[in-house]
Every structure is written in structure tokens, then in C-alpha cells.
Design a protein around this ligand. Sequence first.
Ligand code: AMP
Ligand code: MG
Length: 348
Amino acid sequence: MSRYDKTHYWKVDINTVSVEDPNIQEAAIALRKGEVVAFPTETVYGLGADATKYDAVQKIFSAKGRPSDNPLIVHIGDKNQISELALDIKKHAFKLMDTFWPGPLTIIVKEKRVCAENVTAGLNTVGIRIPDHPVALALLQASQLPVAAPSANRSGKPSPTTANHVLQDLSNRIFGVLDGGPTGIGVESTVIDCTEDIPVILRPGGITLEAIREVIGDVIYDSALYRDDQKPKSPGMKYAHYAPNAPLWIVEGGVETLQKQINELTERGKKVGVMVSDEHVPHISADIVQSCGSKAHLEEVASKLYDVLRSFDQLEADIILAEPFPYEGIGEAVMNRLLKAASHVVKL
Ligand code: AMP
Ligand code: MG
């Protein structure tokens, strides 16, 4: 792995950023030279490299410690770049691009072999999106490259929603980070496979199934998403992910059940961290109680989720208990990440 004496830190103002911004230019030049640079998107911070250069992409895998069979999403700054990267694009895929780009929807299409082979991990498809963030778009337009970019965290850890999270994980392991403040949505893009007649959601995310159905009609979830006994179509979905250092349990059955679990663990000498909705904070007593926002505002829960999960590492919790959130709208993505963070440990 490359070690860097320092990781460049470039602060950018999201209200005034442009392609000409000297920090954007410096970061774009680094990408063109084959370096890895982290940048904010509307979902989480990404770790980018020139998608056409094998060695540059390899730096992403080694900085993150990411398994090589987990393909990367390619970010573009302009819809016209799609024809350089993909083949046989179906009508429903074009409709989705027209409706949701720029935005948190990654579309899997057949690839043309323009990207380096490590981007697609040997598959004959590639995942592509245009992010909806002024800093990401300025960087993509300044570099004029397709940029492969997974989340900018060490593999397995919660994704970063601030530049500080990126530095906690990747300081001296990457060339630089563009700091555009906290990201908005807070969970990753929805990944949808558009290579068949009926598109399949491989990972729930910022764009909901309901919103997709309104545009193209038929769409289904990959049946492996919420089951342990099936192989997911998206290689990345098989790995433990998003996990804080301490074990995490999801506790169903309401506040009383949760408090009972907390008491038992506290009696056994554990420092217990709890993640609950605003509504339940006043009813819970534990060493650490963190609110993840209101159950009535699942967008807020999504935007706070990773920051709260990371806070338990800083506060050195021995064990973390979380209440489940409703599987509605973006709640689907929140529960997908939470179940993975908990390695599917659910207590009643
Ligand atoms: P990350 O970049 O860390 O947010 O993860 C990207 C996700 O997209 C992982 O779950 C990958 O497995 C998935 N992905 C990327 N490219 C493909 C592809 N060509 N086919 C299926 N899944 C993909
Ligand atoms: Mg990731």
C-alpha cells in the first residue's frame, strides 16, 4: 500500500465551488496523475480514482482494504459519457437516467471494457451514476474522467458522511480529501440492475422502490437482500459492512424489552451504547444514549445513521443496542445497513 507523508486537505465552499476553483483543479490533476482523492457526494464521501487506469484503481482497494471481488461504482459528470462506457442500454435504463440523474441511483449496464478490469471485478457489467453534489460534479467535470469511487471508509466500517470521518479511516493512506461539509442523504445510492427486461434493485438506497416504480412500472428487489441463505447478485452485499467496533444488536419488542436488555448487560459490567429514535430517548437509561432522529422523519435517520454508529467507537461502547426503524421509503435502506452492521443479530 502507498503511504503518504500527508493527506492533502482542501476545503471547498459548496455555494461558490466551480470547475476553476484552485482546490478542485489540484484534486483533478491528482486524479489525472493516477492518485486517489476523496470527495463529498450527496450520499456519502467517495474515494475516487481514474476508472480507466488499473494501477490507480488498485490504490482504492489497498487504501480501503477492500476485497478485490467487490466491484466499484463509476461516477460521471455528464450523461453523454455513458455511451463511451456502456453497451446495449435498455429503454428503462435511459428513463431512469433521465429522471434520477444527477442523483443517488447507480444503474448496472453492460460494459464496453473501457474501465480497468479491477473496477468491475471481472463482471461484464458496470455500475454508473452522476452524483448530485456541486463538489463532486466540479471534480468530475474538471478531471474529464470516469471516476471509480466506493465509499471512502476502511472496508467494513460505517461509510463516511464528513471529511473528518474520511481522515479517521484513511489519513496518510490517500493523496487528498476535498471537504465540502457533511453529506445530505447519508446512506449510499440505490443500485439497480438494468440488464434484464425487469430491473432488479440489488441495494436499497437514496431512491426508493416506490419512486422507481412510478417511472418504469415493473421493478423487484433481489430476493437475497433480506435473507442469509441466498447469494446476492451484488458482490458487495455479501460482506459484513457498516459495523462499529463493538458488537451491535437490533432489539425488537419496544422500549421495555430494550431497557431489560440494557439492564442485564449493564449488570454484567458492560458499557452499553444505545441508538434510538428521538421519541424514545426520554424513556431509556444507559451509559450512552444516542438519538438517530425522529421515526416520523426517516430522511433524518438516514443522514445521522453512520455518524451515530461511528460515535460509539469514540465513546468506547462494549456493546451497542439499536431499535429497528420502519421499512418505509428510505427506511428500507436504513434497515438494510443496520442489519448488516449488526451481522443480522436481532433480539426479541
Ligand atoms: P460502495 O461503492 O462501497 O458503495 O459499493 C458499491 C456497491 O455496488 C457494492 O455493493 C457492489 O457490489 C455494487 N456493484 C458495483 N458494480 C456492480 C456490478 N457491475 N454488478 C453488481 N453490483 C455492483
Ligand atoms: Mg461502501
